[in-house]
Design a protein around this ligand. Structure first.
Ligand code: HEM
Length: 452
């Protein structure tokens, strides 16, 4: 079925002088983005003083994502982030990106993910075995610790010293919060003042760098492993033949860990909240995990039996895609959705916007995992469901994340029901990632004796 609409371009209403739509983007970003398709397939907004086009039509989003040479990484927010993240994989321009991605991709092949899945199982066991009947936990916080431990242990390798991994885990939160603030609120010299927050940020950066540098040095001294650190040590630039410096490797590792924990933790927290609000969906997950796992820890061998759990994850990623907006910039004059764009045009795509289009996802605000049974992702128009982006810049950790979330959700649901306080609500928090914010829920053990 073709759902392609006639191509239209338009302008978002309500721009303020100098600020453009910065206020709308800041104060009610999701409502603002969802309102844009009414104005066209490609809608011009002002990101502060900079104009940018929001791509509202799936086929145009697909074209932009798959032609990464014409639509390269870039745009106003992005350029600020690049100062802080160097030219690591998500930041690299297309030419650099090509060789980096080729050399790092093997770390995400299925045999490696099998290994990471063992770590995933150990860490989920660790978390669920600490819970007690009646214990109230902030599930977002607990899941953030879980996914940070999983991604740090997976990315830094089994040989990394426990203390170094713990140091990375401790400092990373402060560093990521500081970076987010510096990108979204560029106050320049004010960040050099010796305020407690600035000092905390700088101290955390030093500790984080020292811990990762220690891991790199240890691996240099004992080469020959086959994990991501070893791949980065062996990587060379296609054009120059030069190896990565230790600073490049450190940036890659930091960005990989940074991209890989809050995204999955937030998605899992949304999933537990949504299950608690949809008892019919929850009871089908319970039936499925009882049948498949009977209380034991989920492994990759169980994935085929976890169809409904996977649909729940898919629907969470549609409803609340953790990566909710990204930018690109044109490297040459081109056309998109029938509109001419000069070189240097900033573009923005949002999985949230595309995945809430009612003609593709009827009743888009409804949490309905069964929509994926009625209409599997492969039958949707290209560019319609893009929680992990697309083309050769698609999330390198997509399979890692999908397996981690499915195994974690299944194991948690096999053992515990997480019950929110009566009358409590969830407010979507829009920052670098979409998340549910703190979510206090009470642990109720599952199993025949405790069900009721
Ligand atoms: C629910 C979990 C996740 C979501 C929703 C997500 C989403 C995304 C999206 C949308 C992109 C593309 C950005 C763009 O088009 O500019 C991306 C890229 C990326 N993600 Fe993820 N991600 C998740 C988990 C992970 C994990 C677990 C890792 C690593 C272990 C990871 C590492 C990366 C990296 C390195 C890139 C840049 C890829 C490149 O440019 O080649 N992500 N992610």
């Amino acid at each position: 079925m073709s759902t392609k609409l006639p191509s239209r371009t338009g302008k978002a209403p309500g721009a303020w002088p100098l600020l453009g739509h910065a206020w709308q983007l800041h104060s009610r970003p999701l409502e603002f983005l969802s309102s844009l398709p009414a104005h066209g397939d490609l809608v011009r907004i002002g990101m502060g003083p900079w104009p940018a086009y929001v791509v509202c039509e799936p086929e145009a989003a697909h074209r932009m994502l798959t032609d990464s040479r014409t639509f390269d990484k870039g745009g106003p927010f992005f350029d600020k982030a690049r100062v802080l993240f160097g030219s690591s994989l998500p930041m690299a321009g297309w030419r650099e990106h090509r060789w980096q991605r080729r050399q790092m991709q093997p770390a995400f092949q299925s045999d490696r993910i099998e290994r990471y899945a063992v770590v995933m199982g150990e860490e989920v066991d660790r978390m669920t075995s600490r819970w007690q009947p009646g214990l109230r936990v902030d599930v977002t916080d607990a899941l953030t610790t879980l996914t940070l431990r999983i991604v740090t242990r997976s990315v830094l390798g089994a040989e990394a010293q426990d203390e170094a991994v713990a140091e990375v885990q401790q400092s990373l939160h402060t560093v990521i919060d500081g970076i987010y603030q510096r990108v979204m609120l560029p106050l320049g010299p004010l960040y050099r003042l010796p305020t407690p927050a600035n000092r905390r940020y700088r101290r955390a950066c030093v500790r984080l760098h020292r811990a990762i540098d220690g891991i790199i040095a240890a691996r240099r001294a004992a080469p020959g492993g086959d994990d991501l650190v070893s791949m980065l040590l062996a990587a060379t630039n296609d054009d120059t033949g030069a190896p990565m410096t230790d600073t490049d490797i450190r940036d890659q590792l930091m960005v990989m860990i940074g991209a890989g924990f809050e995204t999955t933790a937030n998605s899992l927290a949304f999933a537990l909240w949504l299950l608690s609000r949809h008892p019919d969906v929850e009871s089908r997950v319970h039936d499925e995990v009882d049948r498949t796992l009977a209380g034991r820890t989920a492994t990759t061998a169980d994935l085929d039996g976890l169809t409904h759990t996977r649909r729940v994850i898919n629907e969470v990623l549609r409803l609340y895609p953790a990566g909710w907006f990204f930018t690109r910039v044109t490297t040459t004059d081109t056309t998109l959705a029938g509109h001419q764009l000069p070189k240097g045009t900033a573009l923005l795509y949002s999985a949230y916007l595309l995945q809430h289009r009612p003609e593709l996802f009827p009743d888009p605000e409804r949490f309905d995992p069964d929509r994926w049974a009625a209409r599997p992702a492969e039958t949707l128009p290209r560019g319609a469901h893009v929680p992990f982006g697309g083309g050769n810049r698609k999330c390198i950790g997509d399979q890692f994340a999908l397996i981690e979330m499915t195994l974690a959700l299944a194991t948690v649901c096999a053992r515990w029901r997480l019950v929110p306080d009566p009358g409590s609500t969830m407010t979507v928090r829009v920052r670098g990632t979409l998340g549910p914010g703190p979510l206090t829920m009470t642990c109720r053990p599952r199993g025949k004796a405790s069900e009721g």
